[in-house]
Each structure stands twice: as structure tokens, then as C-alpha cells.
Design a protein around this ligand. Structure first.
Ligand code: ZN
Length: 354
């Protein structure tokens, strides 16, 4: 009997010792080598300023104000606050690299979802990043934890903009790397379509935002591991650093430009002729080019970086042109959508679509 009690006590003492050692010795996170020292950090910021200088980035820290209900089991980790801290540190890094940063909120206040997209669209920014932390479907689950970066729609949908997936990939890779938190098994590279959550609709904030947009779920604020570090401001800086590096690397890979050659636009006998130049310093991948006319994919010629097409169209009708291409680094062109109007005198007008 005595023996049994002794062995029980021994096991309790041993497991307590092991668990306490485990907690105190376990590194909750590591300092990224390029972030650790101020001078090293500054040199990295200066390096990325080559690609970020003058870029306009819209940051959207999710929730806040009346919307503060997402929190950890013990109530100490409040998603709205973590999102804001990460966004403010990210702003600091982006500004130091010469980017112009606009935010949907800079403090704990209510910003309705529709307004976040509206502000982003009005800002005319180059990029929209919504920052969040995730929670599982079952609230008692405090184990699930992964990083995820969402883009809008799916590849087979006309609404899908491949450049958003490119941005998502870059941010996801560097964020998950600095956090030591991989991208989950639901996706090969940690990027997810928002149709996975709301089929055919996606997230309102991504659907309604017309500038290239992604939504980052940095980690699960409900996770036991994340509970130990999400309120640590040093860790929030590291999270922001991961997103910053992702943005910098995305712009470093270049973005192809599509420029309509004005003299090429011509309409006669129901035939519209139009040509555009594809420009990129790393070169254009010819296999990536896709041209849509009134939402139908059409054929074209591609010679010397010039895409030319001839399409039969009726006048007095609105026509829509869309072009997609990618450079040799794999980065796609920004959304390129034009409205083409032809009047009775066979004059062609090309308008931007916002
Ligand atoms: Zn959220």
C-alpha cells in the first residue's frame, strides 16, 4: 500500500518537474536573424526600400470597438487587439522602407466591414492586407493552430485574380517561417481561397475590395501555444516582420505591365483590332498570357512582347477586355479590365473599369 502511494507521489513530482522544465526551457519563438539587431534590421529595411519606396499599402486590422468578442478561453488574448498591434508594427516597417501606409483603424474602434472595403477602394492603394487571427469551428478546441493567407475566389472563377494568390504566397511563406507555425494541411502552400469558407461568395472584405487584396489569419488565438505568445509585443513585431518581408519579396519579383498601343486600336466592318505591349524586367512567360473578350477566352498573336488580336464585334455595345500575364518569376499582372465602346462612326473608346 505504502509502496503504491510512494510511486504515485513520485510520478506526480516527476511529471510536475518535467512539465515545468518543459515550459521554462521551451523557446516560444526565435528571433529572425535579419531582425535581431537594430543595424541588421535597418539594413534589411533599406534593402527592401528599393522595391517598396512609394508603394501605397492599405492595412486593415480586423475587428475592434464593439467587435471584441473573439478571444482565448481565459479571455486574455483578444483578437482585435493582437490584429492591431501586428498592423501597427507592420506600418512602422513599411514606412521605414518608404511605403505610404493607410489604415482602416489605428486604435480600438468600430469599423463596419463595408467601410473597410470602401476606404480601401477610395485610397487607390496598391495593396490591401486584412490582418486577423483565427478560431476553430468548435470553441473548446484549443489545439488547432496554423497560419493561413486567403485570396478571393477560385482559379476556375472569372473573379479570381492570380496576382492576389501571388501576394498571398509570399506573405504566407515568410509569416509562417518567422512564427514557426506552418500553413495547415488544407492547402499545399498555406494559401486558401475564401470560397473554402463561403463557397461562391468568399469574404466580403476581399470581394468588395477592388484593389489587390489578401486576408491573413496569422495563427489561432484560441491555441494553447499562441496563448503564451500573442500578447508578447516582441512576438507581434516578429509576426509583422514576416508579413513585411513577404510584401518586400513579392515586389522584388516584379509585376508585369500591360500597355495598350494607342495606334493599334482600329475598328472597321465589325472587326476590332487592338494590340498591347507586355513589359517586365525579368521577361514575360508566353504560356501565361490569357485574353478574355466579353468574358470569353480569345486567341491572339504574341510577337516581340506585343499581343495583338482581331475580334468581330457589333458597334453600340459595351465590350469588356481582360488580359492576364505573368513574368518569368511567376508574378502575374495586376487586374487589367477595360470597357471598350464603339460608336456609329466606328470610333473606339477604351475606359478603365474600377
Ligand atoms: Zn478575425
Amino acid at each position: 500500500m505504502h509502496k503504491r502511494i510512494f510511486s504515485k507521489v513520485f510520478i506526480i513530482i516527476l511529471s510536475y518537474t518535467l512539465s515545468s522544465c518543459y515550459i521554462c526551457n521551451f523557446p516560444l519563438y526565435e528571433y529572425p536573424p535579419d531582425w535581431k539587431g537594430i543595424s541588421k534590421r535597418d539594413s534589411v529595411l533599406a534593402y527592401y526600400s528599393k522595391y517598396l519606396n512609394g508603394k501605397k499599402i492599405f492595412l486593415d486590422p480586423g475587428h475592434g470597438g464593439e467587435d471584441r468578442k473573439n478571444r482565448s478561453k481565459d479571455g486574455k488574448i483578444i483578437e482585435a487587439d493582437v490584429n492591431l498591434r501586428v498592423a501597427l508594427y507592420l506600418r512602422e516597417y513599411l514606412q521605414k522602407a518608404g511605403a505610404v501606409v493607410i489604415m482602416s483603424r489605428e486604435e480600438d474602434k468600430t469599423v463596419p466591414l463595408y467601410l473597410r472595403s470602401e476606404l480601401a477602394n477610395q485610397s487607390n492603394a496598391d495593396l490591401f492586407i486584412s490582418i486577423h487571427h483565427n478560431a476553430p469551428a468548435k470553441w473548446e478546441d484549443d489545439y488547432t493552430n496554423y497560419t493561413a493567407t486567403y485570396y478571393h475566389a477560385k482559379e476556375d472563377s472569372y473573379e479570381y485574380e492570380p496576382c492576389e494568390r501571388d501576394i498571398a504566397k509570399y506573405i504566407q511563406r515568410d509569416l509562417s517561417y518567422v512564427m514557426g507555425n506552418p500553413g495547415g494541411l488544407g492547402s499545399f502552400d498555406g494559401t486558401y481561397s475564401d470560397y473554402e469558407i463561403y463557397p461562391g461568395e468568399g469574404f466580403s472584405v476581399l470581394r468588395k475590395t477592388k484593389i489587390p487584396a489578401v486576408l491573413v489569419e496569422c495563427a489561432f488565438h484560441t491555441s494553447r501555444l499562441e496563448n503564451l505568445r500573442l500578447n508578447d509585443e516582441v512576438f507581434n513585431q516578429i509576426q509583422a516582420w514576416g508579413i513585411f518581408r513577404g510584401i518586400g519579396k513579392y515586389y522584388r519579383a516584379g509585376i508585369p505591365e500591360i500597355v495598350i498601343i494607342k495606334d493599334s486600336v482600329f475598328y472597321k466592318n465589325n472587326l476590332l483590332k487592338i494590340a498591347f505591349m507586355l513589359k517586365d524586367s525579368s521577361g514575360i512567360n508566353p504560356k501565361s498570357i490569357r485574353v478574355y473578350f466579353n468574358k470569353e477566352e480569345v486567341s491572339f498573336q504574341f510577337v516581340n512582347n506585343i499581343v495583338s488580336l482581331g475580334i468581330t464585334v457589333n458597334d453600340n455595345k459595351e465590350n469588356f477586355l481582360r488580359v492576364i500575364c505573368a513574368n518569368k518569376n511567376g508574378n502575374h499582372s495586376l487586374p487589367f479590365h477595360k470597357k471598350i465602346l464603339i460608336n456609329k462612326n466606328d470610333e473606339v473608346k477604351i475606359l478603365d473599369i474600377n
